[in-house]
Design a protein around this ligand. Structure first.
Ligand code: M6R
Length: 367
């Protein structure tokens, strides 16, 4: 049932193009970019009534929420707060019927996230859940749903479910932007096309990325610590890269916003410390580059994920993983792939139980 792959995780990484296609199919018109999400149960009037959105999730699903904040605020112009569910459920919430709460959960059973939406509902909020498991508790309790349709995910480390969450959250953003008309129809079509095209790009690049990462890890698989850094849309992917590496390889890893380095973590950098920097050619590229140059000046061992043709990166390190230029809003989807493969290949080389890491459960149904 692993279809020739050594682990479910690797199989699921390679299923990601299909997972994206499953998430978006039938929901977006390729001619107009208009998005239809009937099971969300929110019409134009309801959407106009919201003055804030809370995104609530745990772990990898929380990273998806962090990306969505950038997208929703930029394109739908609704302020977004992102909460870790275990914090959300116990803090003093300022929630009323003008707040939309969205839970993001692969399983739909995570205890803290479920408790969070129950609490939000009690306080008068409408609740939508973005979920991969049909009929799960969260989907039954929510007022509306967006199913991700990624297919069953067996590996404890979330891969294709995360990619599908990103696709669903981008659809959600386009849906809100369409109902509120916060961006032009032309722009919505451009964004919709970017989403439709990304599955093909991921599919094309996956085999080559795997080879590039396999070659790269010879020098890194036995390191004790890693840092992952990124700015803007790449920041949550840095967090996700670090989480993936920790959970399956047991290497200590931290993710930071690149701009935070100088506020503490830069003290860790020496010639032993590997730092994965995500540096696509996006609107914050120049700023990210100066952060990377600071790391270089302190002799950190740089691994760069950057844009094909950006030869400047080769002057900074021999270890560059190139990714094709795509619409910049799609970079989080694309840059997740080498981060997943890096942790997979390292964990596999270390002989770890990739699909069932110690101390972890696929579904965390206790708090
Ligand atoms: O099922 P959920 O999406 O609610 O699960 C949330 C987290 O437990 C989950 O994403 C966890 O962090 C994964 N093991 C990460 O790979």
């Amino acid at each position: 049932e692993k279809a020739g792959y050594k682990h479910f995780m690797l199989k699921e990484i390679f299923e990601q193009p299909q997972a994206i296609t499953n998430t978006i199919s039938g929901r977006i018109n390729p001619e107009t970019g208009e998005v239809d999400l009937p099971e969300i149960n929110l019409d134009r009037e309801a959407i106009e009534s919201f003055d804030r959105i809370f995104l609530v999730a745990c772990g990898t699903s929380w990273h998806a929420a962090l990306i969505a904040k950038y997208w929703i605020e930029k394109f739908a112009h609704i302020p977004v707060e992102v909460d870790i569910a275990s914090e959300f459920r116990y803090r003093n919430l300022l929630i009323n019927e003008r707040v939309l709460t969205v839970s993001i959960s692969q399983s739909g059973e995570t205890a803290d996230t479920l408790a969070g939406i129950r609490r939000a509902k009690e306080m008068g909020s409408k609740v939508v859940t973005i979920c991969n498991v049909v009929g799960s508790t969260m989907t039954r309790e929510a007022d509306g749903t967006i199913y991700t349709h990624a297919g069953p995910e067996i590996g404890v480390a979330s891969t294709k479910a995360f990619i599908s969450q990103l696709a669903a959250l981008f659809l959600f953003t386009l849906y809100l932007a369409g109902k509120k008309e916060t961006v032009s129809a032309e722009k919505r079509l451009e964004l919709g096309k970017a989403l439709i095209n990304i599955a093909g790009v991921v599919d094309r690049e996956l085999p080559r990325l795997r080879t590039d990462i396999e070659n790269l890890i010879d020098d890194f698989w036995d390191c004790r610590d890693f840092l992952f850094v990124g700015r803007g849309l790449s920041f949550p992917i840095a967090l996700e890269g670090a989480l993936k590496l920790k959970e399956i390889s047991y290497i200590h890893a931290e993710g930071y916003a690149s701009g935070e380095l100088k506020h503490g973590p830069i003290a860790l950098i020496d010639k032993e410390m590997p730092i994965v920097a995500l540096i696509p050619r996006d609107e914050v590229y120049q700023k990210s580059l100066s952060n990377v140059e600071e790391i270089k000046a302190r002799k950190g061992r740089l691994i760069l994920f950057g844009t094909e043709g950006d030869t400047h990166l080769e002057k900074l390190t021999d270890d560059v993983i190139y990714l094709p230029e795509v619409h910049e809003e799609m970079n989080p989807i694309l840059y997740t792939i080498p981060a997943q493969l890096l942790s997979y290949e390292i964990a596999s080389r270390r002989g770890c139980d990739v699909d069932q890491p110690r101390n972890l459960a696929k579904s965390v149904t206790v708090e």
